[in-house]
Structure formats: C-alpha cells, structure tokens
Design a protein around this ligand. Structure first.
Ligand SMILES: Cc1cc2nc3c(=O)[nH]c(=O)nc-3n(C[C@H](O)[C@H](O)[C@H](O)COP(=O)(O)OP(=O)(O)OC[C@H]3O[C@@H](n4cnc5c(N)ncnc54)[C@H](O)[C@@H]3O)c2cc1C
Length: 529
C-alpha cells in the first residue's frame, strides 16, 4: 500500500500508478458507481470522446493501443489502481483502449463527477492529478499517442508541426523520411509522396497533408469538448494562454467562474519555449516552460476552465455587454468580462533574405528539436537578453561551440546576473560584443552570418535569433502593435495604448470606474518604460 508514504517522497512508480486505500476507494465510490466486469470485456475504446475513469476494486485492467505493427500494452492497472491521464480531465479523446484481463469489480466515475471530486477532495485531487501529469510525461517520452507525423528534417514546416504538438503536450510518433525506415507499403497504403510532407495521421484514420495547426487541432479533437455556442455567456473570456492568461484562468475558475481561454497557438506562450525558467516563484530547481504550461493548463482545467486551441481572437466588440469576441473561423463567444493576455509580438531582424532561411538554418527557439540539429556543430545566437542566455546555456551541452552575437558592449545590462555567470563559466560559449548580424548567405540549409565590425563571415549551419531590431524614430512600441495588429479592438484603443472597456456593470454602476487595461510601453531601447 502506498497511502502511508507522503506523495512528495513516494517513489516515482508509486506516484504514476498509486494504489488507493480502502478509505480512499470509498470516497471515490461516492462519486461513481460500482460494477462487475468480465475477462476480455472492453470498457472503453481508444478514440472514444466521452469516457469515464475506472478504479479497480478487484481484478485487473489493461490499457492498450493499436499500432501499424499490432497491439501495444501501455500498462496494467491492478487492485486499487485507476485508468486515465490528462485527456480525461480535458475532455479529449482517449489515447488507449481499456480492457479487463481478469474478472472483477470496478468503480466507474463519469468525467463531470471526476472534476467535482478533483475540486472537493484535496488528497485525492493530488493523487489523481499527479498521476495524470506523470503519465502524460511518460507518454510524451515514449511517443505513445494517437498521432503519427511523417516528415523531413529539411522541411521547416515539419519542425513547426512537431513543435505545435509538443507545445500542446500531445504525444506523437515521428518518422523522418530521410533517416527512418518507413516501409514503402505504409507510404502506398496512405498514398503519401515526398511532396505531401509533413503528413499527420490521426488515430490511424485521417491523413492530413501539410496541414495547418488549426487542421491538426480539429483532427485530434483539441477543441471538441469546448462549448462555443453564442448563447452561452461566459463569466470570463481570456485571450492568450501564456503565463498571464493561464494564471488568470486558474484564479477565476477556482472562484467558480465560467472561464474560456482562447489561444492562437498553444498554451504557455513565450514561456512555453523556455528550456529552463529559474526565477518563477516556487520552482527552486527551475522548470521547463513546457512543464509549467502543462501543469498550469491542467490546474485551470481541474477547476473547470476550458481552452480553444489554435484559433486566434480576431475582433473584440465592447460597445455592448455581454462583450463579443470573434474567433478565426468567424464564430463568436460572449463574455461578461474579457482579459487580454496576448503578450508580445516580436519584430523580425531587418535582413533581406531572412525568411528563406527560417526553419532551415535560422530558428527562434531552443528546444530539444533544435538542439538535435545543432548537435556537434557551431551555432550562433543573436541577442543578449535572458532568452538568448538560456538558449546558450542549454545548447552549449549539445553544440560544439556557441557564439553569442551581442549588439551592445556586454551582457550585464540586458541579462540576469545568474545567467551571465553561467555563460562566463562555460568554455563552450563565446560572447562577441558590439556585433550585429547584417546579412545571411548560404545554400538552402546553410547560413553564414557576417560579423560586424570584425567583418569576416562566420560559417555555421544554425542561427538562433533571440533578438529584436531597434525601433526606428516614431515607430509604435511593441505592446501597442500587438493590441492593434493581432486583435482588433473595434473601439477604444487610444494613442497611449490604453484599452478602455467603458461599460459599467449594472451591479457596480456608479461605484466602480470603467475597467481599464494599461498596455506596457517600451522605451526605444527595449526596456520597459
Ligand atoms: C525563450 C524564452 C525564455 C524565457 N525565459 C524566461 C525566464 O526564465 N524567466 C522569466 O521571468 N521570463 C522568461 N521569458 C519571458 C516570459 O516568457 C514572458 O515574460 C511571459 O511569457 C509573458 O507572459 P504573457 O502571458 O504576458 O505573454 P506570452 O507568453 O507572450 O503569451 C501570450 C499568448 O497569447 C497568444 N495570443 C496572442 N494574440 C492572440 C490572439 N489574438 N488570440 C488568441 N491568442 C493570442 C499567444 O499565442 C501567446 O500564447 C522567456 C521568454 C522566452 C521567449
């Protein structure tokens, strides 16, 4: 029995597959119903949209998935153990089939009741949520999911598709047509040619050729559980699911408000691409942005918040209440309160042919996927801020040499002290100050960066850009560009970057000033003003 071991020090295996005590089983049973199962009975099929949690009272259950080469067993749940992982909390489709391998008894808990249990029983909530999160981590590591990506390391879009799935913490199997043995039979079966790459196969059924992120999200069913009926008025709609949006969602949902997040890409925002965040409260040993985002999203979902993924908010109408937010595909959601947490949008470097190297030698993230491409090679990092510093420290382990090109005279003004020290102590990292990248040359997959004022070309295959160009005279600061450029306010955005949602709620009329959201301004040097 694991129950006597505090979860925080229980061995990992016992946290992934905990065994509930008789008292805990009784508390779960109050939220579900007990029933007998027969050997071989299929309790739930992989791909099912609505399915419950099963807790084994007696007997054993097996979680399996079908692959091209046959059935694969993910795990076996025995007495006191339970099925499920994060998709159950999200209301997304099941990744595995659950089958009884011994006759016995199970407690069946429907999803709505499970959410109720997670919100009301702190001890069981910790046990279930920790297990679900750790199981997802294991599925991601093993590529055990319902999606296969067929791609090429030379295809920029392949990298974007993989990043989209990873940023959404969705497990997938990747087959590289240049390096992996993909049988001709498989290619013929799916009628796939090299021109179709990347190809995404969902649940062994739908074959998407060079799909958009929205098409992938629809195919996997990321948004299936979200109710976007116009007559449903939400208490809070949050645009953007970076750390700010996720934080707002957790607090609002935990207060019992009906919360919807709208995210144009994937939860986590900019932070989602960081390989190690060390200055967020409560993570003394650091946390990857991906893990932070997955945990925060699950936390918000646990309290009932929902999220629309890969669909941006395009227009906000705030002359009337409820406010209306229009989404990419033209549908509208209605809200009593709107929180805009759309973060920042980067200005690209003013280099003429930059676009032709994007994803083919020039990258904007330093995740394990980019690291794989830099393995044993020289890589240039353009920029001297914290993102550049994190990337340098992370890639220094993988690349042969990391060269940082920094526009100013040093790192001290733009980078946190702890990162500067790590860079100074790392012999694999070279910092070149007073340097500016002015041109890119090379064949399609090779980039040469020019080093100014030293002038000579730097011969590298990978360039990571973690910098933005300087503002020109009179150019709008970045945050205001976001407000206007990515979400049409439809009203009320003044020259100072203040968005006024100037309608008083009947309940507070006269008592409260109109809600005012101040957008951060940046000085021309890029530091917050
Ligand atoms: C590589 C990297 C490493 C970093 N490391 C650290 C660190 O160690 N410590 C630290 O304190 N900070 C770090 N930062 C900065 C930190 O990530 C940001 O300050 C933080 O993410 C800002 O959070 P946010 O929620 O305000 O905005 P963002 O993270 O920018 O999130 C905004 C979200 O809104 C979405 N969005 C935008 N427009 C729309 C729309 N119209 N409709 C729907 N969705 C929309 C975007 O897709 C995005 O997901 C790092 C940043 C990067 C890029």
């Amino acid at each position: 029995m694991t129950a006597s071991v505090p979860l925080s020090i229980a061995p990992r295996e016992e946290q992934v597959f905990p065994v509930l005590t008789p008292t805990q089983l009784a508390r779960v049973e109050a939220h579900g119903k007990r029933r007998a199962v027969q050997r071989g009975e299929v309790l739930m099929e992989a791909g099912a949209q609505h399915y419950p949690l099963f807790v084994v009272v007696a007997g054993a259950l097996e979680a399996v998935r079908n692959t091209c080469t046959g059935e694969e067993v993910a795990t076996t749940h025995r007495q006191g153990q339970f099925s499920g992982e994060l998709n159950l909390v999200s209301g997304r489709r099941s990744l595995a089939t659950i089958r009884a391998i011994e006759p016995g008894d199970v407690i069946q808990v429907e999803r709505e009741s499970l959410l109720g249990l997670l919100q009301t029983d702190a001890e069981l909530s910790e046990i279930f949520m920790r297990a679900f999160i750790l199981r997802r981590v294991a599925l991601l590591d093993r590529g055990f999911g319902d999606v296969v990506v067929l791609g090429s390391q030379f295809s920029p879009r392949t990298l974007q598709v993989r990043e989209f799935l990873s940023r959404n913490a969705h497990p997938y199997t990747y087959l590289d047509l240049d390096t992996d043995e993909v049988s001709q039979e498989s290619l013929d079966r799916w009628k796939i040619s090299a021109d179709d790459v990347p190809v995404v196969i969902c649940r062994g059924e739908a074959v998407l050729r060079n799909p958009t992120n929205a098409e992938i999200a629809d195919c996997i069913g990321f948004n299936e559980a979200v109710d976007i009926d116009e007559s449903h008025i939400r208490d809070v709609v949050i645009v953007g699911a970076g750390p700010a949006g996720l934080g707002a969602a957790v607090y609002a949902a935990s207060e019992g408000l009906d919360v919807l997040m709208i995210e144009a890409n994937a939860p986590g925002g900019q932070a989602g691409s960081s390989m190690r965040i060390e200055n967020y409260l409560g993570f003394p040993s650091g946390i990857t942005g991906q893990e932070l985002a997955t945990r925060a999203f699950s936390q918000a979902e646990k309290f009932g918040a929902q999220m629309i993924i890969a669909k941006g908010a395009t227009r906000l109408t705030c002359e009337r209440r409820p406010y209306a937010i229009e989404i990419d595909n033209g549908t509208r959601v209605m809200a009593r309160t709107v929180i805009l947490a759309t973060g920042a949008e980067y200005r690209g470097l003013p280099i003429e042919n930059l676009a032709s190297f994007n994803g083919a030698g020039v990258y904007y993230l330093a995740t394990p996927m980019e690291a794989q491409m830099c393995k044993g090679e020289d890589v240039i990092i353009v920029g001297g801020g914290n993102s550049a510093g994190q990337a340098a420290v992370y890639l220094a382990d993988k690349a042969r040499r990391v060269i940082m090109l920094v526009r100013s005279g040093g790192l001290a003004e733009t980078m946190s002290r702890y990162l500067v020290r790590r860079i100074e102590d790392n012999p694999a990292i070279e910092v070149r100050t007073n340097c500016q990248i002015v041109a890119l040359e090379g064949a399609k997959e090779t980039v040469d960066g020019h080093d100014v004022p030293a002038g000579g070309p730097l011969d590298v295959h990978e360039v990571l850009i973690a910098a933005e160009r300087e503002l020109s005279e009179g150019e709008a600061p970045i945050a205001v560009r976001v407000g206007l450029g990515r979400l049409d306010g439809g009203c009320c955005l003044n020259a100072h970057g203040i968005l006024s949602l100037g309608i008083r709620s009947p309940r507070t009329a006269g008592a409260q000033p109109p809600a005012v959201l101040r957008l951060a301004r940046r000085s021309p040097r890029g530091s917050p003003a």
